[in-house]
Design a protein around this ligand. Structure first.
Ligand code: SF4
Length: 133
């Protein structure tokens, strides 16, 4: 789950991802928000680059449909979600500013980063095994 998001933002993002696109009015309803609170929530997610809006017309009325934003990696069509990027341990690391290639703190010798990458690989392998059952 993405760090740096409020519980409400996480719930909204989960719903948008589960539905692979949802009308904003339905999202607000599911979250128990009025249109003002709902609009603000959606704008925050759009500003954070996690959600994109597409204008649609329902019964002659304009509204927005919300979609999750995902970025494709350059190599082998690897799908990288922004959620994943926000989850990188560097985002909350106290040594972030001092960390670099030839510094005391370095990504090439970082146990936090290595553990995170190992968890990622293990999850991916487990998903691939399930898909091939
Ligand atoms: S590589 Fe390690 S030490 Fe460097 S910022 Fe990331 S988590 Fe912190």
């Amino acid at each position: 789950m993405a760090t740096g998001l409020s519980e409400l933002e996480k719930r909204a993002l989960d719903l948008i991802r589960e539905e692979k696109g949802i009308l904003q009015s339905i999202l607000w309803k599911r979250l128990g928000l009025d249109s003002r609170e709902g609009s603000r929530l959606v704008l925050r997610l759009v500003r954070k680059g996690l959600v994109k809006r597409e204008q649609v017309s329902i019964d002659g009325r304009r509204t927005y449909k919300l979609y999750p934003v995902e970025a494709r990696g350059r190599d082998q069509g690897l799908l990288v979600s922004l959620d994943l990027v926000l989850d990188i341990p560097c985002m909350t690391c106290p040594h972030f500013r001092e960390c670099g290639n030839h510094e005391f703190y370095t990504p090439s010798n970082c146990s936090r980063l290595e553990e995170w990458l190992n968890r990622l690989v293990a999850r991916r392998r487990s998903r691939q095994r399930r898909e091939h059952l």
